[in-house]
Ligand binder design. Structure first.
Ligand code: SAM
Length: 348
């Protein structure tokens, strides 16, 4: 799949979007049983929990501001991993867009499945599915309803693909923001460039990572604002080129669309704040977002590698701690703590 070793002239025309689309199109939808055997089962659930909390809280704010018919754009929807979250949130209309045609097809058939299984009394949101490179194509020209305006644009684990060039980042941002209603939100999750560079600078080589993820840069010491590429691989999940998103620049660019940054939080901070609320904790249990430790006869921990649960062992040793506790292995925590949550709001 890599074009890196080919002639310099070919290299000049390399468009990473093509690689990204090919990568996601080739990925199989493995189903629940296989997912539950994955080394990063709990981390994936944790990330899903975090998105659920973010989406739930933003929907509450949209409703509090008086919106009844909520329209959402899921930018980089993938196979539709967030469809049930939108169903739970009771939205009215969803537009799903992604560069990977196979993912968009799977997203649409997942939507049709949910629709078939829904009780007739619970009206599922209407939906449109668009295959498009959102760093190049203008989505507003592809909407079935040319007048449609969105309450929310959700861009989960996607925006970093656009920072390949200024034009691409600009088009992705335009797609995210130009059809937002005044007061509407642009929300998402993306790696924190500061954290990536900090870990790179602390490493003896051009890579860092552990048994679940690996990040490899091409050089270090100098980081261009656009096109600062690194390679990210996460156990059997992602293995594609990504680009640093220098957040102050992202924030500056968003101002052109009248967007004000209202929240930027590392996953670790977001978790620590949200876990204080009982209903978020209950959702964590339901979504199996943390791994029970010790597992005591209920199967093995996610890994046998020594030291991966030393933090949990230490915690369990404290007086008054009820067992089992919920945790993530150190490697999973190191991987997920790279990310941040952002929320922008369109000013009127
Ligand atoms: C890590 S997946 C996240 C999928 C989904 N948002 C989720 O949270 O489950 C990243 C997605 O971004 C999509 N993507 C990457 N570059 C894109 C582009 N230029 N235009 C549209 N989608 C893109 C990929 O095809 C992939 O589905």
């Amino acid at each position: 799949q890599e074009d890196e070793d080919e002639s310099p002239s070919k290299k000049l025309v390399t468009d990473h979007s093509v690689k990204v689309a090919r990568h996601y199109n080739d990925r199989q939808d493995v189903g629940l049983a296989a997912r539950s055997r994955s080394r990063i089962f709990f981390m994936r659930n944790f990330n899903n929990w975090l998105k659920s909390v973010l989406i739930g809280e933003i929907l509450e704010q949209v409703r509090a501001a008086g919106s009844r018919q909520v329209s959402v754009l899921d930018l980089g929807c993938g196979k539709g991993g967030d469809l049930l979250k939108w169903k739970r949130g009771g939205i009215s209309h969803l537009v799903c867009a992604d560069i990977a045609a196979v993912s968009v097809e799977q997203c649409q058939s997942r939507y049709e499945d949910i629709s078939r299984r829904s009780h007739p009394s619970e009206r599922l949101f209407s939906a449109q599915f668009i295959t498009a490179d959102c760093t190049k194509d203008l989505l507003s020209e592809k909407l079935d309803d040319a007048q449609l305006m969105f309450d929310i644009c959700s861009c989960q684990f996607v925006y970093h693909y656009s920072f390949e060039s200024e034009q691409k980042a600009e088009m992705m941002l335009r797609n995210a923001c130009e059809r937002l209603k005044p007061g509407g939100f642009f929300i998402g999750t993306t790696p924190d460039a500061f954290e990536l560079v900090k870990r790179l600078e602390a490493s003896d080589s051009l890579s860092f990572g552990n048994e679940v993820f690996k990040v490899t840069f091409q050089s270090k010491g100098s980081y261009p604002l656009f096109g600062c590429q690194y390679h990210f691989s996460l156990e059997d999940v992602v293995n594609v080129p990504e680009f640093l998103v220098y957040f102050p620049l992202f924030e500056h660019m968003a101002k052109r669309y009248n967007m004000r940054l209202v929240l930027k939080q590392r996953f670790s901070e977001f978790f620590q704040e949200k876990v204080k609320k009982e209903h978020h904790r209950q959702l964590m249990m339901k979504m199996m977002a943390l791994e029970p430790f010790p597992s005591h006869g209920k199967g093995h921990q996610a890994t046998d590698t020594s030291g991966e649960y030393s933090h949990a062992e230490e915690h369990c040793g404290r007086a008054g701690v009820r067992l089992p506790v919920g945790t993530l292995s150190k490697s999973e925590w190191e991987a997920t703590s790279i990310y941040l949550v952002f929320v922008f709001q369109k000013m009127s």
